[in-house]
Design a binder for this molecule. Structure first.
Ligand code: ZN
Length: 436
């Protein structure tokens, strides 16, 4: 082959390859960026939420999405408990080095605690809780200046809640509670502060066997949380005008916030939850903003804030909608889009059965995803307040693959995005079928 023909072929081939992988490549870039340290876990320490919102806004601008009131942001406020300072924990009942978010978690509701030392441990395990006599003995103790550790092994959740309630309302207040978990640590966000510090401790079975609960043992602890009342965050909203029905709206949504930081150096990347959903949202915005893909309905692209805090951003939007809610024909909310080995689940699928059947038919005809599971109503993501207000809404999440969730292991490096392009095709075909 002549050299110039070879170069031409190479160029042509790489062009084809690029267009095939364009959706994936762009998704990869978004997940890598949004789950990186520079976004601080997209929470409320170091303004992670604002950095993430600005990133999405910049992408919206690139695609030329239209704004409402000349602004991509819709602001709202809420209270939030944050952890800007690195917590500290040491115990002498076993020689474990405690690392925040790795083998222990400060509960999201924890009040600020400065340097507590020499707090005696009171054990509470299945032998305490499952025998009436033992529990009576436990109740007679004075907990003042003590730290109670509940070992969950062999105790049902209902009993644990009852015990926690008892401990918290006991007049001889303990200084704090530790709860031993076996499997994994799962963090969260809180708008409230408890009067009581609670920590979760990850201890496996073989380590647990080494604990001598008869020995007098102590805890030292520090976690300076910072409660911020009335924090201002934002939804990021843009739209593409419809070619035939500009006053009818189709909504794509995904929350961009995550859990933020626990101390100065530890952040929760939230690659699957929900940088992956943002990657789908931005891919859709990029696609529908091209003149050749102009939709029939107007399409709203909403990156919701403060989902992890309790669906705060989406609730605010449904109470202060930028278009009349009765003009919204359908909402497709995407949260956790990074795997898919076992297919996807559609929340509200059994409520909007016609639309679910349509989605399923498109998938069967084109063989995109292994399985589409149906689910009923659930208040587990940003679709919720829409369907509560009578707007048809689905929430789609992927299943299978990596199990990291609300922990420091939900990272970009290990997120496969293996069904991402198929999902993109399924979603665009579905949205187009609803606009006919
Ligand atoms: Zn989420």
């Amino acid at each position: 082959m002549n050299k110039s023909i070879f170069i031409f072929c190479l160029f042509f081939y790489s062009k084809i390859l690029f267009s095939q992988n364009e959706v994936y490549n762009y998704a990869r870039k978004i997940v890598d960026t949004m789950a990186s340290e520079s976004m601080h876990g997209r929470g409320y320490v170091n303004s992670g939420d604002k950095i993430a919102a600005n990133y999405i806004k910049t992408e919206f601008e690139k695609f030329g999405l239209k704004t409402f009131n000349n602004n991509y942001y819709q602001h709202f406020n809420f209270d939030i408990n944050t952890f800007p300072n690195t917590p500290y924990l040491s115990t002498d009942y076993i020689s474990i080095n405690w690392f925040p978010a790795e083998n222990y978690l400060v509960s999201a509701t924890s009040p600020p605690i400065k340097k507590l030392k020499n707090l005696e441990i009171v054990w509470c395990d299945s032998t305490t809780i499952c025998s009436e006599n033992n529990f009576k003995h436990f109740q007679k103790q004075k907990f003042k200046n003590k730290w109670i550790i509940i070992d969950k092994k062999g105790i049902v959740d209902k009993e644990i809640l009852k015990t926690l309630e008892y401990i918290k309302t006991n007049p001889y207040k303990a200084h704090g509670i530790g709860v031993i978990q076996e499997n994994k640590l799962t963090w969260t966000c809180s708008q409230n502060v408890s009067s009581f510090p609670t920590i979760e401790l990850l201890v496996n079975d073989s380590t647990r066997k080494l604990i001598d609960k008869t020995k007098k043992c102590y805890v030292a602890y520090q976690a300076e949380s910072k409660f911020i009342p009335n924090y201002q965050s934002q939804n990021v909203i843009g739209y593409v005008q419809g070619s035939i029905y500009p006053d009818s709206f189709f909504v794509f949504s995904a929350h961009y916030d995550h859990l933020g930081q626990m101390g100065e150096n530890i952040y929760f990347p939230g690659a699957n939850d929900n940088a992956s959903g943002c990657a789908m949202l931005l891919n859709l915005a990029k696609y529908y903003s091209k003149p050749e893909n102009k939709p029939k309905y107007s399409i709203l692209f909403i990156a919701f804030g403060a989902e992890e805090v309790g669906l705060v951003g989406s609730k605010y939007f449904t109470e202060n909608p930028l278009v009349p809610l009765n003009k919204i024909k359908f909402v497709l909310n995407m949260d956790i889009m990074g795997t898919g080995e076992e297919g996807i689940t559609v929340v509200n699928g059994s409520i909007f059965k016609n639309e679910f059947d349509k989605l399923k038919q498109i998938n069967t005809d084109n063989n995109y995803i292994k399985e589409i599971k149906i689910r009923g109503k659930a208040a587990n993501s940003d679709h919720y307040y829409f369907s509560e207000k009578g707007v048809k809404a689905f929430f789609i999440y992927t299943m299978g693959g990596i199990k990291a969730y609300h922990d420091i292991y939900d990272k970009a490096e290990t997120l496969p995005l293996n069904e991402f392009e198929n999902l993109f095709k399924l979603i665009t075909k579905f949205s187009e079928s609803l606009q006919n």
